[in-house]
Design a protein around this ligand. Structure first.
Ligand SMILES: Cc1ncc(COP(=O)(O)O)c(C=O)c1O
Length: 478
């Protein structure tokens, strides 16, 4: 008998042996779904339900599509938060959904770890077409992991320890990315972190002073900062890149929030000509909000240094990195972005929304500034001029900075069913990062609702009652 003859017949894939009904997700949710807030209070971060109850955000959403969420009573809510930016295409885009169904239905031999599956290669190829100066991609599972990868690669490639970051920066909350976080509220109590130094966003002289010490691996920067929605001033990224390269250090663009069309360019660094970061971090919207994903794009020489020999093949890796669901979703997202002209829509609709809101600055004394790019817009409130409002403003500021912005976010949801967020602790800024597929109808709905809330605030209306409640709670919480 030959070996071939003795080999067992390949068997037909067998049906799953477990009987249907072993696990029934629908029945579980029907039975226990109502306990959601209690479950979080008991087993997860108990401050989340507490905070949601306090500000009246303790809703139960039962269905979602595009930029809309529906509650149990069938009320439609406009989502201007997009799951902190992951829902770039809105919820349940049919093309992404189908790609994921296709993966699940195809019984792929995924994550064997000792083969080269096609999907990560195809997604890397596609992604790299949007940054032609970059050559290679590492796939992880989140924004912070994309940042960790960039920090490690920059340190290894340059052989230097120190990473510079900008004041008020946010790059994620694991230990490495926390080392380049610009807010003490996040860092305090977690030291020692990695060697790092903050520089002001937009100050090339401060950057050069640090570079002169010769130990800097890289500067990591959000081209538009998520906290407060501050864009790098014109010319800064280009100047920073030149200084960094002169000192043999790298420019890392953190595009976790700003990437994939959010600011009206595919990447926000592309707003400025001649900027070619050495490493680019991507995550959030890449998988259409369905599957955790992160990607670090970089130059060939950096990857070749890190993976310099066969021994080092796993020197930086992630067990779930490149998994088929995330990759298929990513490919579907990029295809939709092209077919539906998502970046162009973000630019045009963002400009419409920003300009209509900016036109209100002269009407409302509590409205200080409207800024941002594409569909990443910051609305900043400031000290009013009139005596009537100044006293009320001072009462809030004395309790805690940021309460006025919270006072606006709450009626936007409770009265107008629009979900937004305050853009950071102690900031009087609301950040709008809706799905990139919104259009004129959503812009009208938001501007009308915002105008009504501003009218109420300037007439000394109900919104201030809620402000007083917030002050009492803030004081009691201390
Ligand atoms: C600019 C930026 N970088 C990194 C992160 C961290 O991403 P993740 O929450 O997926 O870890 C975020 C999250 O908001 C971000 O905005």
């Amino acid at each position: 008998m030959t070996n071939a003859e003795s080999a067992p017949e390949p068997s037909e894939p067998s049906e799953p042996s477990r009987a249907a009904g072993d696990f029934d997700l629908g029945a579980l949710l029907a039975e226990r779904g109502a306990e959601r807030y209690e479950l979080h209070t008991r087993h997860l971060n108990h401050q989340l339900p507490r905070m949601l109850h306090t500000i009246g955000f303790d809703k139960v959403y039962t269905r979602a599509e595009g930029a809309h969420l529906w509650d149990a009573d069938g009320h439609d809510h406009l989502d201007m938060l997009a799951g902190f930016g992951v829902m770039g295409l809105g919820r349940h885009h049919p093309v992404v959904r189908k790609a994921l169904h296709d993966v699940l239905d195809s019984s792929l031999a995924d994550l064997t770890r000792f083969d080269c599956p096609p999907l990560p290669g195809l997604l890397a190829e596609e992604l790299l077409t949007h940054s032609p100066h970059l050559d290679r991609v590492f796939f992880g599972n989140s924004g912070t992991e994309a940042v960790e990868t960039a920090l490690k690669f920059a340190r290894y490639a340059t052989g230097r320890p120190r990473v510079l970051y900008c004041a008020h920066a946010f790059h994620g909350l694991t230990a490495g990315s926390l080392s380049v976080n610009g807010e003490s509220g996040f860092r305090d109590g977690f030291a020692p972190l990695l060697p790092d130094t903050a520089v002001p966003l937009g100050d090339p002289d401060a950057l050069e002073r640090e570079l002169a010490r010769g130990d800097v691996a890289a500067l990591i920067v959000e081209p538009v900062q998520g906290k407060g929605v501050h864009a790098a001033p014109p010319g800064y990224l280009r100047a920073a890149q030149e200084l960094l390269h002169r000192h043999r250090a790298l420019l890392i663009a953190d595009e976790v929030q700003t990437g994939l069309g959010r600011t009206g360019d595919f990447y926000a660094y592309q707003h400025e000509e001649g900027v070619e970061p050495d490493l680019v971090c991507v995550a959030k919207a890449l998988s259409g909000g369905y599957v955790p994903v992160g990607a670090t794009l970089g130059k060939d020489w950096i990857f070749r240094k890190v993976y310099s020999s066969m021994d080092r093949v796993l020197v930086h890796s992630a067990s779930f990195g490149g998994n088929a669901q995330a990759m298929a979703a990513g490919l579907a997202v990029l295809s939709v972005m092209e077919n539906e002209q998502v970046v162009a829509n973000a630019r045009a609709t963002g400009e419409l929304l920003r300009s209509r809101l900016a036109a209100l600055v002269d009407t409302y004394e509590l409205l200080a500034d409207v800024r941002g790019r594409g569909l990443m817009i910051g609305i900043e409130f400031g000290r009013p001029r009139s005596l009537k409002l100044r006293g009320r403003w001072a009462m809030l500021q004395a309790a805690r900075k940021g309460l006025f912005a919270q006072m606006v976010v709450v009626p936007l949801l409770q009265k107008h069913r629009i979900l937004t967020q305050v853009s950071g602790d102690h900031l009087e800024v609301i950040k709008l990062i809706p799905p990139l597929i919104i259009g004129e109808r959503e812009v009208d709905r938001f501007v009308d609702a915002f105008t009504a809330v501003m009218d109420d605030a300037h007439e000394g209306g109900l919104v201030w009652e809620f402000g007083r409640t917030l002050v009492r709670q803030t004081v009691a919480d201390r």
